[in-house]
Design a protein around this ligand. Structure first.
Ligand SMILES: Cc1cc2nc3c(=O)[nH]c(=O)nc-3n(C[C@H](O)[C@H](O)[C@H](O)COP(=O)(O)O)c2cc1C
Length: 184
């Protein structure tokens, strides 16, 4: 049964997006570093931590940065389906976010992000000649002068929200603003 947003459901959707947005600006927010799961080029599961850079409720999009030469970028180009897992002990909330991810290597969004990243200590990571995941060599750290920053924009399909509570766990699937309550 689909439950259209009532006050409670609309509040849940609002609270989830509020926390996701907070995580992009609060370094200590537990949702700042979700696990991103993808399908490896060998067809097997892959997962790793990323930093959430943007969360936009109006477009249902999440954004993180990566090196355009990284294995995860190649995996997402081959198979855009991805899942983010967020856990917050403070909230006692887990989110499993299913999304379609697009890797942007050029364009105004990338250049604007590079404008900020280039001023940060992380800039060197995106300028180094060494390809992420390749064997270390004497030229690994050499600055190529060209940056390899990519923006990954993930369009959310659905969110599986789980709340752990002594008085009883709660679980719901959110598709846009539509909330379906599930057996935890
Ligand atoms: C706390 C934390 C945050 C990270 N954030 C990012 C990130 O935003 N983007 C990224 O590409 N890698 C990030 N990494 C590194 C990845 O987890 C991973 O080790 C690396 O990118 C290689 O992944 P891949 O081989 O699947 O491409 C982060 C690692 C940690 C521990």
């Amino acid at each position: 049964m689909n439950i259209q947003p009532s006050a409670t459901e609309a509040d849940l959707v609002h609270r989830i997006w509020t926390e996701l947005q907070r995580a992009t600006v609060d370094r200590h927010h537990e949702w700042r570093s979700p696990v991103l799961a993808t399908t490896g080029l060998d067809g097997l599961p892959q997962a790793r931590t990323v930093v959430l850079r943007s969360a936009d409720a109006s477009t249902s999009q999440l954004v993180f940065f990566t090196d355009s030469r990284s294995p995860k970028a190649a995996e997402l180009l081959a198979q855009p389906a991805a899942t983010f897992v967020f856990w917050s002990k403070r909230l006692s909330w887990q989110l499993r976010v299913r999304a379609q991810a697009q890797v942007h290597r050029t364009g105004p969004l990338v250049e604007s992000a590079w404008g900020r990243v280039s001023q940060s200590p992380a800039a060197g990571d995106y300028l180094a000649s060494g390809v992420p995941g390749s064997a270390l060599s004497s030229t690994t750290g050499v600055n190529t002068g060209e940056h390899h920053l990519a923006l990954v924009i993930a369009q959310i399909d659905s969110i599986d929200w789980l709340e752990l509570a002594r008085e009883g766990h709660r679980r719901a699937r959110l598709t846009g603003n539509t909330v379906v309550w599930l057996v935890p």
